[in-house]
Write a protein that binds this ligand. Structure first.
Ligand code: HEM
Length: 136
């Protein structure tokens, strides 16, 4: 599967989980796990979807194994961070080291993405966008 397709599919799964969490918080009138909800939606939905758009515009990168590794690393970090942040805010402070590990996972995912963005490889340039011809 291409990295972009993987990003889009995982992003949709994350936002469904994030929305369910939000509805659960609202229904219970208990917003204790709000930071976990915010991280799940912003890392799992917004960021992952943006990665997908970037990959989709770069076909050579989109089919690379390294891009898929970036998506999986980011997604695994998001899951572990969400669960550990929720646990901490529910009083299980022993989960602190797990949250620290998860934060390093998402940092590594972002550093790998930064490597894609900054490396000077011509084949990784974006495909030209489709031109729009103005009506006469
Ligand atoms: C069914 C959809 C959703 C529901 C029911 C929901 C519900 C909630 C609730 C109840 C809070 C706590 C507010 C507070 O305690 O002040 C919250 C916070 C938050 N939500 Fe959602 N949410 C939903 C979707 C989303 C999505 C899609 C995103 C991001 C793309 C998002 C991002 C955030 C953020 C960043 C916060 C923290 C806001 C703050 O710091 O005050 N939420 N949400």
């Amino acid at each position: 599967m291409k990295a972009s397709a993987l990003s889009f599919k995982l992003a949709v799964l994350f936002v469904i989980a994030g929305m369910a969490m939000g509805i659960g918080m609202a229904a219970a009138q208990d917003h204790a796990i709000m930071p976990a909800h915010a991280h799940l939606n912003l890392l799992g939905w917004v960021s992952l979807f943006l990665f997908g758009i970037y990959y989709e515009r770069r076909p050579a990168l989109d089919t690379s194994r390294l891009a898929r590794i970036q998506v999986w690393l980011w997604s695994a970090g998001t899951v572990v961070l969400t669960v550990s942040v929720a646990a901490i805010h529910l009083g299980y402070t022993a989960m602190d080291p797990v949250a620290a590990l998860a934060s390093l996972m998402v940092l590594a995912g972002m550093l790998l993405f930064g490597y894609f963005v900054f490396r000077p490889v011509a084949s990784m340039a974006p495909t030209p966008s489709v031109g729009i011809t103005p009506a006469e």
